[in-house]
Write a protein that binds this ligand. Structure first.
Ligand SMILES: [Ca+2]
Length: 673
């Protein structure tokens, strides 16, 4: 039952994903008594992910589990669809007049709505109202926007829904050709590769509601949006505003909490005073207009909490490109450049950074947090609509990033780039990044001794949930990664992007992934929940993958690949998998497309859709078997459609190569008794 769509904006929506609308069982009418709306984490029963990921004190409820007279979108995992980019790969579409309602699981005075509305016909976004009512009264209106959503086309993407391919000299998967070198010229339907559909918005409700109270979100009858898609609702009880009377209050230095006047210089003055007086800087509740970087060094800056203190900026076009290549600037807190010695002893907490970045320009420094910050901490920020949430350019050391939320980014969530050492990213929540959620990128100089621990990464629209690109002695533990959408995996260990090789001990332990492993659109093969990739060097450091749960894998759970042109040059060795649970694979447990080998111990699998080990080695197919050796250290049990996943006949290196095994969608994850 395709939803009837009207108007020019609707044309785009209709073309790109509303075709996934189904007449699935929408819940009952408004008169139905409120039933508790399930609380989930990454659309999973919380018991399945206990102790993993971040806990920032909010409850997440998926719209597809709520009461609605709208239409369920999905589930579906195909790129460029609204379903695929939704948490849990499903959402609810509302026509004007329709609603979705959530029963609060606990006391709450604040909500976050993740939603999508169509783009304007010529790009650039639209706005539309959303009515919020609690228990049928206390109506409020949110103004939803798609100005920060809807990108099109090939990297680095475009806001123009009508544009043909940006790179007609690139090999293009849709035509299987290089368009410029092809006669007749191939035609590409527009919008071409639409993506990044969702945005989120926070709302303080003005009073505290109780468990059992009902929050109804209604697309008003007169809405200009033909469809309003609701993905989920977060609800929480926000702590009262923090007050610090023994600090340099930015109001005393002329900052304007109404957001009307630019406050950057006032904040600079407060910082200068605070450094001399050895005081922290305090930014009380309010919205402060900041349209450039605030340079921070040897200073503590505290807000009243990220729901109250908001630094908000417009993107500004620079009169001439900056020395770093930027052509724009915008709101951000930056340490000094590492080449100038970097910044030290910077402590930032308790405020939001609301940026205004609508396009991806990789030379632009328009990140929420940037520069080099040694011996520093960043805690309790909410970073929204910047390019990357935090992009740290080392060398630098000893940074702790904890308890932050980063959402709706054009590029990465947090990137430790070049020589970031002994630093920790713990307990952060990231949703809807436009590139890797969390990355360590050892370009030229190794990141070393760093830890990503207890973070939640949901719905990165491109690339990976968590990626390590080279480096030494790195740790990725107890994270929860869900729903990567294209050209990436939940976890990637790759020698890419000019990174130095891996060395020392690389530990990937006790993480949970779900609905991960995307369809690689250029290779046209399915990727694993964890993807180990030898592209620019071999992967030969001690790599220990231990205690992880890989749930509801779209294709395989574990993939090891060397790229075709380097398959005889680079290998993957010294990888050790142990104490792993694989619950559901569309295809294999292990896909090996490289020379080398790995050991496996206590890897339990069930609901496996294809042969357990898909072993291609380096594709020479000699009588000696695959160039990839699987070593069985015992306890590798379970399987699926073809029997035990690790069967004797597959060992140690039987060629079982199948580029595209038939996908058998597994049942949803369940407790492992
Ligand atoms: Ca959802």
């Amino acid at each position: 039952m395709p939803t009837p769509l009207k108007g020019t904006a609707a044309v785009i929506a209709a073309a790109v994903g509303f075709s996934t609308l189904t007449a699935a069982a929408a819940a009952g009418p408004a008169s139905r008594p409120a039933a508790p709306t399930r609380v989930t984490r990454a659309a999973l029963d919380p018991s399945l992910v206990a102790g993993r990921g971040a806990d920032l004190g909010f409850s997440e409820q998926e719209a597809e589990n709520a009461v609605t007279d709208g239409t369920i979108v999905g589930p579906g995992r195909d790129a460029y669809t609204l379903a695929a980019e939704a948490s849990g790969r499903s959402a609810v579409a509302l026509e004007p007049g329709q609603y979705v309602e959530f029963t609060l699981p606990a006391a709450a005075d604040a909500i976050t709505v993740r939603y999508s509305i169509p783009d304007a016909a010529t790009g650039g976004g639209t706005t539309a109202p959303l009515d919020v009512a609690v228990n049928g009264r206390d109506h409020r209106s949110m103004t939803l926007t798609s100005q920060y959503a809807w990108l099109y086309n090939e990297y680095p993407f475009s806001n123009d829904p009508a544009a043909g391919p940006l790179h007609p000299d690139w090999w293009t998967t849709e035509c299987g050709c290089v368009p410029d070198a092809t006669t007749p010229a191939p035609a590409f339907p527009t919008p071409f590769r639409p993506n990044h559909f969702y945005d989120e918005q926070r709302l303080l409700l003005g009073r505290t509601y109780h468990a059992g109270d009902v929050v109804r979100l209604t697309a008003p009858a007169g809405s200009t949006a033909p469809t309003t898609t609701i993905d989920l609702l977060d609800s929480q009880l926000v702590a009262p505003p923090k007050v610090d009377a023994r600090a340099a209050d930015v109001l005393l230095f002329g900052a304007d909490p109404s957001g009307r006047r630019d406050s950057a210089e006032a904040i600079d003055r407060a910082i200068a005073f605070a450094r001399k007086a050895h005081l922290p800087v305090y930014i009380p509740p309010g919205t402060y207009q900041v349209n450039r970087h605030i340079i921070v060094d040897d200073v503590t800056i505290e807000g009243a909490g990220s729901w109250y203190t908001i630094l908000k900026g417009h993107q500004v076009t620079l009169p001439a490109p900056a020395p770093d290549g930027s052509v724009h600037t915008g709101v951000g807190l930056y340490g000094r450049d590492a080449s100038a010695g970097g910044s030290h002893n910077v402590h930032l907490s308790g405020f939001a950074i609301e940026g205004d970045v609508r396009e991806r320009i990789d030379t632009d420094q328009v990140n929420g947090i940037g520069g080099a910050l040694s011996d520093s901490s960043i805690e309790g920020l909410y970073i929204h609509h910047t390019k990357a949430g935090m992009w740290l350019d080392g060398p630098m050391t000893n940074l702790t990033v904890s308890g932050n939320q980063i959402a709706d980014q054009i590029a990465d969530g947090i990137n430790f780039h070049t020589g970031v050492t002994n630093s920790v990213v713990r307990g952060n929540f990231l949703r809807d990044t436009g590139d890797d959620g969390l990355a360590m990128w050892s370009e030229k100089t190794a990141d070393s001794g760093d830890v990503f621990d207890h973070n939640t990464v949901q719905t990165p629209v491109l690339a990976n949930g968590i990626a390590l690109y080279g480096g030494s002695d790195l740790t990725v533990t107890d994270n929860l990664v869900a729903d990567p959408i294209r050209e990436g995996s939940a976890l990637q260990i790759g020698t890419r992007f000019g990174a130095v090789p891996f060395s020392g001990r690389i530990r990937v332990g006790d993480n949970t992934t779900v609905r991960s492993g995307t369809f690689e659109l250029n290779w046209k093969i399915g990727l694993g929940a964890i993807w180990i990739y030898a592209l620019e060097h071999s992967v030969d450091a001690d790599l220990e993958v231990t205690g992880d749960d890989f749930l509801d894998n779209t294709y395989n759970a574990i993939m090891m690949v060397s790229d075709w042109p380097v398959k005889d040059q680079y290998s993957i060795t010294n990888v050790h998998f142990s104490d792993i649970k694989v619950d559901g694979t569309g295809t294999d447990v292990v896909s090996a497309r490289a020379a080398g080998g790995a050991t496996f111990q206590n890897v339990q699998a069930r609901n496996v859709g294809a042969v357990g080990i898909d072993n291609c080695g380096s594709f020479h197919f000699t009588p000696a078997g695959s160039e990839f050796t699987v070593t069985d250290l015992g306890g590798n049990t379970g399987g699926g459609t073809t029997g035990p996943w690790m069967a004797g006949w597959e060992l140690p290196n039987t060629l079982t190569c199948d580029d595209r095994p038939v996908v058998v969608a597994p049942p949803g994850p369940s407790p492992w008794s």
